[in-house]
Design a protein around this ligand. Structure first.
Ligand code: C2E
Ligand code: CA
Ligand code: CA
Length: 588
């Protein structure tokens, strides 16, 4: 086998080109098959191969006369072409010092004659070769045959390039796709010292999905085409538009232009709905802008950054958002928190519960508390649930947090019961807790196992929980109610709040949102609204709790209006169970 096939000096770059042009495992292709068949017939060669030389092997994109689909690189004849991009002809391998010990010469298929024409990219990298092989020695090829073999190799290269460009196109729109976008960003940075990359979210993926369901796939496709032609008109003539995901476009600006100007122009234009088959469809546009400097050439995840900036722009209704390093820092923190959560759930001391009392009005006595979770991260310190709960809700981790809280509350209830203290304990739950039977099963099981009273527990949920799988959520909530545990609607009076939603929920308590309560004394509208909400909710038989009570005046008004209970910093901040016990003793 000698010392094996040589390695060219530009090997690392060459391998990248191979991965780009000839990703391994491509489907068989009729054109390649035809070319090898023609080459084999023309040269009367028993074996003809299109061989791609990878890091450790050569593999055959198409082949005639050989069973094997690949061989190790060290026995590859074709690998020699990668050295100097030149044609290789071996008349009798058994007499050639480079090949006489080669396993393919000493054993099957007993190669004697070999002629290979390199497959060279525009940038001058050899991917492999088109080669003919005979088991008998031959005399040198004529000049005409050399031209023919080179000609066939050029055909192979044309096909390779064609297949690659096909990989670059988003067929429904005919635009270049994400792959090409990434490649062009690299190319631009290489040539220019700086550029700006834009990602445009035109429509929420869920909304597009709804459109497909309601109006059909063709309609959705035509809508995207209409959006595309609108966008194209808004970009400078020389600027290419790319389709980088089902609901996202992208473009690259090379000249210094102010993003304000470009973005405001697009946003302004898209305030007018896009008409498709005569139906006006409103757009929800978010644009992310990412400036890139040549010095950042090695950073690879531009697409992630610009796409998150666009998401951010749409989620926060900012219109457009210029990527800022601290924004990425926020993402990295989110990532760090999420990856630390599984350990926190299992660790002994990271999570804890604090309790905030609610007092009855007008008596001021305390019979119920809300449990609130606290997380002390070993390095980052205290993390607010307002930060980590919404993050966890986007992952499967939220379920284990819900179960952790449930078990901790049960333990606390057992401890309080043993000390003769009876309190209604409310816990905050999220939609995932009610989307399957597991949480409610555990709740029922734990309460029964410890001989506790279901009536001593309450779950707090927001109405937004009904937005996703309402049927299952309601089914589980009904089980909760039937078991005897109370259900409270949290943050009432904001967001989706309406009575129709409320009626669908098997709730016993309404908690008025703190944003309404805190402005009560200064905001006339809030005053009217809260008074009406209390009257209506009580009229419908709900217990009404006001949260976020921070001043005596507010407490006074709520008492006058007949609010059932109050909770807030004025009364007490959330505290440890020990502190709560002392607080209760001190009040009585
Ligand atoms: P929430 O359920 O609306 O809880 C009320 C939040 O307001 C708590 O913040 C509480 O400490 C705070 N608060 C209470 N009184 C006042 C007041 O007078 N003024 C002001 N400005 N704030 C007051 P916290 O503990 O940071 O919790 C934030 C949110 O995190 C909660 O909002 C709840 O949605 C969520 N959360 C907390 N604990 C849990 C939990 O165990 N499970 C789940 N799923 N979510 C939880
Ligand atoms: Ca709550
Ligand atoms: Ca609340």
């Amino acid at each position: 086998m000698g010392e094996g096939a040589p390695i060219p000096s530009n090997e690392a770059e060459r391998l990248k080109e191979v991965a780009k042009f000839c990703p391994a495992g491509g489907d068989s292709d009729e054109v390649f098959d035809k070319i090898v068949a023609m080459t084999s017939a023309y040269f009367n060669a028993p074996i003809t191969l299109i061989s791609i030389v990878d890091e450790h092997r050569q593999w055959f994109r198409a082949r005639v006369g050989l069973e094997a689909t690949q061989t190790p690189r060290e026995v590859s004849f074709c690998a020699y072409s990668t050295l100097d991009n030149s044609r290789l002809e071996v008349l009798d391998a058994s007499l050639d010092t480079r090949f006489k010990d080669n396993l393919l010469v000493t054993g099957a298929p007993y190669i004697r004659y070999y002629a290979g024409a390199p497959l060279i990219t525009e940038d001058g990298f050899t991917l492999g070769s088109l080669c003919i092989i005979d088991t008998a020695a031959r005399t040198p090829m004529s000049a005409l045959d050399v031209d023919m073999l080179n000609g066939f190799a050029e055909l192979v290269m044309m096909r390779i390039c064609h297949m690659r460009s096909r990989n670059f196109v988003d067929p429904p729109t005919g635009l270049f796709n994400r792959l090409k976008f990434e490649e062009d960003i690299h190319q631009t940075i290489r040539v220019k010292s700086t550029c700006e990359v834009y990602a445009i979210d035109v429509i929420a993926p869920k909304f597009l999905n709804d459109i497909v369901k309601a109006l059909g796939y063709i309609f959705a496709q035509d809508l995207i085409l209409a959006i595309k032609s609108r966008l194209q008109k808004l970009l400078p003539d020389t600027c290419l538009l790319y389709k980088i995901s089902p609901t996202r476009f992208g473009f690259i600006l090379k000249e210094q232009q102010t993003p304000e100007h470009i973005c405001e122009n697009i946003l302004h234009n898209f305030k007018t709905p896009v008409a498709c088959h005569g139906i006006p469809i409103p757009m929800q546009v978010g644009i992310g802008v990412l400036p890139i400097l040549k010095s950042q050439e090695l950073q690879q995840d531009w697409l992630r950054l610009v796409v998150s900036a666009a998401d951010e722009a749409r989620d926060r209704k900012l219109g457009w958002f210029l990527y800022e390093p601290q924004f990425d820092a926020a993402q990295q923190r989110a990532f760090m928190l999420l990856s630390a959560l599984p350990e926190a759930v299992n660790a002994d001391r990271q999570f804890s519960l604090v309790y905030q009392p609610k007092i009855k009005l007008p008596s001021g006595t305390c019979h119920s508390v809300e449990a609130l979770i606290r997380w002390t991260h070993p390095v980052l310190g205290n993390i607010s649930p307002a930060e980590f709960i919404p993050l966890a809700e986007k992952t499967a981790l939220i379920a284990s947090i819900g179960l952790w809280v449930l078990k901790a509350i049960i333990q606390q209830a057992v401890a309080w019961k043993a000390r003769g203290l009876r309190l209604l304990i409310a816990m905050n739950i999220t939609v995932s807790d009610m989307e399957s039977a597991e949480f409610v099963d555990t709740l029922i099981h734990e309460v029964e196992k410890h001989g506790l009273e279901p009536a001593d527990f309450e779950v707090e949920l927001t109405e937004s929980m009904l937005m996703t799988n309402p049927k299952e959520v309601i089914r589980q909530l009904e089980r909760v109610r039937k078991f005897g545990v109370a259900v409270a609607v949290d943050d009432f009076g904001t967001g989706y709040s309406n009575w129709a939603y409320l009626k669908k929920l098997p709730a016993s308590t309404v908690k008025l949102d703190q944003s309404l309560i805190s402005g009560l004394c200064t905001n006339k509208n809030d005053k009217k609204l809260v008074k009406t909400l209390i009257e209506l909710a009580k009229g419908l038989g709900y217990r009404v709790v006001a949260e976020g009570v921070e001043s005596e005046e507010v407490l006074e008004l709520l008492t006058q209006w007949g609010c059932s209970e109050a909770q807030g910093y004025l009364i007490a901040k959330p505290m440890s169970s020990k502190a709560l016990e002392a607080w209760i003793v001190q009040r009585s």
